[in-house]
Design a binder for this molecule. Structure first.
Ligand code: SAM
Length: 249
């Protein structure tokens, strides 16, 4: 019986590959990848040539069974995505689930992930956070989603695309208020890496000032809503305090 390796690849800088990832690519029989041409180029950079299997959002549910069968027959497979950690806003979930149900061994190899890398540099609380992936593309659905998250006190992390960033910041400003602190982490690990934080109203203006600031790949980190200070006493506390006050000289 084969093993499924879940292997993270770089999110820009090709040096961000691990020693173990390269050794695993050399060992496995097959590499399951989203875009086999893109991944072929990536792996040839590391001098690796292996058979590929295309597994993407549109065929994953249908093809996962085939990969499970290959694993059952003893094929060792590495799953990669175009960039970063597979399954994180990328295909792989159905395959991993089916493999676990079939009792196939899964070995995860950690590495780059844009959400975590951006969070680490944001200066926003990193002890509790929610990763929300991509917001809906349409403004109405996006605002509805943001409404649901407006009271969240944990840090929020989103992936966003270049042509929606300004509309998205405008919606955050409208739903969360202009003074919510947001960090935009763009082109992380690449030549034009920019990590800029400000109150969302000002951040939106800053991005709008220069078209280059809307370009490339980006992560948004939003500060959670600060928790309200408990100022009101419960009825029970008031009763207790009244009793104590009566006893005082
Ligand atoms: N699986 C990947 C990971 O582990 O980060 C994410 C895949 S998702 C399809 C692609 C999105 O991740 C991009 O649209 C962008 O929001 C974010 N992203 C990927 N690479 C990035 C980078 N170098 N800088 C900033 N954001 C990046």
């Amino acid at each position: 019986i084969g093993t499924l390796y879940i292997v993270a690849t770089p999110i820009g800088n090709l040096q961000d590959i691990t020693q173990r990832a390269l050794e695993t690519f050399a060992q496995v029989d097959l590499i399951a990848a989203e875009d086999t041409r893109h991944s072929g180029l990536l792996l040839s950079h590391y001098g690796i040539k292996k058979p590929f299997f295309a597994l993407h959002d549109h065929n994953e549910q249908q093809k996962a069974g085939l990969l499970v069968e290959k694993l059952r027959q003893g094929t060792n497979i590495a799953l990669i995505s175009d960039a970063g950690t597979p399954l994180i806003s990328d295909p792989g979930f159905h395959l991993v689930r089916q493999c676990r149900q079939a009792g196939i061994k899964i070995v995860p190899l950690p590495g780059a992930c844009a959400a975590i890398t951006a969070l680490c540099a944001s200066g926003i609380a990193s002890d509790r956070f929610c990763f929300e992936g991509f917001l809906p593309a349409k403004s109405k659905a996006r605002r509805d989603k943001l409404e649901n998250l407006a009271q969240e006190d944990r840090t929020l992390i989103f992936y966003e695309s270049t042509h929606r960033i300004l509309d998205c910041l405008a919606d955050i400003e409208a739903v969360f208020s202009a003074d919510r602190y947001v960090v935009l982490a763009r082109e992380i690990t690449k030549t034009w890496e920019t990590i800029h934080g400000d109150l969302v109203g000002l951040l939106r203006q800053w991005v709008a000032e220069d078209p280059n600031r809307t370009k490339g790949e980006m992560v948004l980190i939003i500060e959670g809503l600060p928790q309200k200070q408990e100022t009101e006493f419960s009825a029970q506390a008031v009763k207790a305090l009244t009793l104590i006050a009566q006893e005082l000289p």
